[in-house]
Design a protein around this ligand. Sequence first.
Ligand SMILES: C[S@@+](CC[C@H](N)C(=O)[O-])C[C@H]1O[C@@H](n2cnc3c(N)ncnc32)[C@H](O)[C@@H]1O
Length: 307
Amino acid sequence: MSARGCLRAWQADAAARLEQLVHKFAGAYSETRWFWPRWFRRTAPGVWSQGRLYNPDDGRTCGGTVRVKGGVPELRGCALKVVCRSQIWRRPQDVVAAAGAPGVRLPIFIAEQARNAHGVLGRVIAFVMARKTWAQNQRAIDALKVAPEDHVLDIGCGPGRALSALAAKAVRGRVVGADPSELMAEIASDRNKALLRSGRVDVAVAGVEALPFPQTSFDKVLCVHLVYFWADLVAALREIRRVLKPGGQFVLLFRTTADERATSAFPPEVYRFRALAEVIADLRSAGLDLIEADGEGVVLLRGRRPA
Ligand SMILES: C[S@@+](CC[C@H](N)C(=O)[O-])C[C@H]1O[C@@H](n2cnc3c(N)ncnc32)[C@H](O)[C@@H]1O
């Protein structure tokens, strides 16, 4: 092989390894990721979602949205966003991997950072988290139906990206983020500096076990990718009930045991995944009502404190 060929092969290999790292470690929370289109091959016609441009004749795409289905990243694109000659593209190696090869598990030291971020690595995790969980946060924020006067609590706010989005909806209300990681609380505060100064947003260093707020403080509560870290789910839900006003609503968004392949990528020493039925039963034990549960692998559960 020529020197140029070797270099190309090395580059392709390095790029694939990097992408795999992102896929396994950083992208583990997300349903939607970005990949370099040329890694994909068109394999079958399929259902369309999210418009992206592609040229079915020369196989080149202009960007693409990837959904991970059954462990296989699928690139979806759309010609002109209007007339969908829809197709699904798959990377051949992922199809093989999904057919039987065991997935790689997130190392415990990285999973630990998701639960309790600290140090330099914690900052990297916070940076990645703010991007990787954003789509899910938006889904949860939409479902929360925040009103202009609402007082909203984001439990486990992490890097705090949702706080400004919530504040944009609760224009005459107030938004509070709570996170037991001092580093996450610091990052969330920095990210929302101006809103903190204006008094519309606040950030507390606190976990769900003991929220430092009087009872019936909030109209809405948000929890995204959090329940895995709660040792006592009923106690945590009771605490949510305590800080909610009667009739106040909450949204929990979390991965359930339904998608075994996705959950097996997380170490059980840190992550405890639960079946949807278990969460719903605990919710009722905590004195909360279920309004709706949407989704399977990643579930959005909306509920309320009875009036
Ligand atoms: C996976 S991150 C999700 C962060 C954010 N909700 C998001 O969607 O980007 C989990 C967050 O929950 C926090 N956390 C861990 N244990 C917690 C607890 N017992 N109560 C509240 N938050 C907790 C972590 O510090 C971390 O910021």
